[in-house]
Write a protein that binds this ligand. Structure first.
Ligand SMILES: Nc1ncnc2c1ncn2[C@@H]1O[C@H](COP(=O)(O)OP(=O)(O)O)[C@@H](O)[C@H]1O
Ligand SMILES: [Mg+2]
Length: 353
């Protein structure tokens, strides 16, 4: 992985409904393995002469590759990603030798601040390390990634585990049977990291939610793995309050994800994204010069920034301008939340003398 202020790590990410599709794909073993194995290389840019001489069909294929690349761009090693990976690795070493009282990690923050990206990158990193250490144990399942469905019950959570592992779950199956099967497979396949996303969907204040939380606790006692949770404003969701919450809080470290302030990390993020563009007329450095503007447009939200830059890059290929300018960016809407905040800060800025 490269430095956050200079360069990117490669991994796919997507946006909008593609993002949902990506998450669905990650929550089953085959999709997860594909994600772990792939390190997509950005397509190369043809020299000017060759590019202008491309036939119609060749150009279509060439542009199609670049459009696909710009729809994903890359995963940048932001401070959050680095922290989550370092902490996660540290815990997984500590927990490896612990019989009980294993510790975990919670990622908490607003929507679209990069929580899912960070825990999936942690999972990917730990699985790659496991595969290097045990090259012959191809059947191992070192990492599990699940998302908690809305208003989750204990059984729904057990079924998510089973679904990831590809275990048959009949709706009428007894919950104890599902849990036993899941624990058995995890122990046999040396599962060492369990990432649970959308943890805010466990509503501890309700009886169903409390049972769902107990289910997770039971899994964490039976399976010798490190548990990592990610969710929207977990403190406010009540996951850490009450007796059950305090038990969780006592064993889990917390990483908070937030909007980026304007800092060297924000410029570093933009520089890494700009570096990954594959546009023929784009001058490197022109996007960085717009860092203040980009911060205002997106309120420093990484999700909004990615959406804006991906859209602008795609547009630049489609309309043939082959560069991202202030005008291109102006013509693209970010999400409603970021636009609203952006307008507020512009109005505020105008008011200040
Ligand atoms: N480190 C990163 N590098 C590049 N893109 C990122 C990074 N973190 C998040 N993103 C992008 O921002 C968007 C929102 O990220 P996501 O991880 O889904 O946020 P959350 O889970 O907090 O809602 C996604 O499109 C994702 O690809
Ligand atoms: Mg998420």
């Amino acid at each position: 992985m490269n430095s956050p202020t200079r360069h990117p790590i490669t991994a796919p990410s997507a946006q909008g409904s593609d993002e949902d599709a990506l998450h669905r794909q990650l929550t089953v073993l085959a999709g997860w393995r594909q994600f772990v194995e792939q390190t997509p290389a950005p397509p190369g840019l043809l020299p000017e002469g060759e590019w202008t001489r491309l036939g119609e069909l060749e150009r279509l294929t060439y542009d199609e590759d670049r459009l696909n690349h710009h729809a994903r761009l890359l995963v940048v090693a932001t401070p959050t990603i680095r922290k989550v990976i370092t902490e996660g690795r540290r815990l997984s070493y500590l927990n490896r030798n612990a019989d009980s009282g294993r510790c975990g990690l919670i990622l908490s923050g607003p929507a679209r601040t990069g929580k899912t990206t960070a825990i999936t990158q942690l999972g990917k990193t730990l699985e790659v390390i496991h595969r290097q250490r045990h090259p012959h144990s191809t059947a191992d399942i070192p990492v599990i990634y699940i998302t908690v469905p809305p208003a989750a019950t204990a059984k729904m959570i057990a079924i998510e585990f089973a679904r990831f592992l590809g275990l048959p779950t009949i709706r009428r199956a007894n919950i104890t049977d599902i849990v036993e099967a899941v624990c058995g497979v995890c122990i046999d396949t040396r599962t060492s990291l369990i990432a649970v996303d959308e943890i805010h969907n466990v509503a501890l204040a309700t009886r169903t939610g409390a049972e769902a939380s107990d289910m997770l606790k039971y899994f964490s006692e039976r399976i010798p793995a490190t548990f990592v949770y990610a969710g929207i404003d977990v403190e406010r969701a009540g996951l850490l309050s009450g007796t059950r919450g305090e038990q969780i809080a006592g064993r889990f470290g917390m990483v908070r994800t937030t909007a980026f302030p304007r800092s060297e990390y924000w410029s570093g993020l933009i520089a890494a994204l700009e570096d990954s563009l594959r546009l023929h007329r784009h001058r490197i450095g022109s996007l960085i010069r717009l860092e203040h503007y980009l911060h205002r447009r997106t309120s420093g939200m990484i999700g909004s920034l990615l959406r804006l830059i991906r859209s602008a890059a795609i547009q630049a290929v489609l309309d043939g301008t082959e560069q991202i300018s202030r005008r291109t960016l102006d013509s693209i809407d970010v999400d409603i939340a970021a636009e609203a905040a952006g307008t507020r800060s512009t109005t505020a800025a105008k008011r200040t003398p």
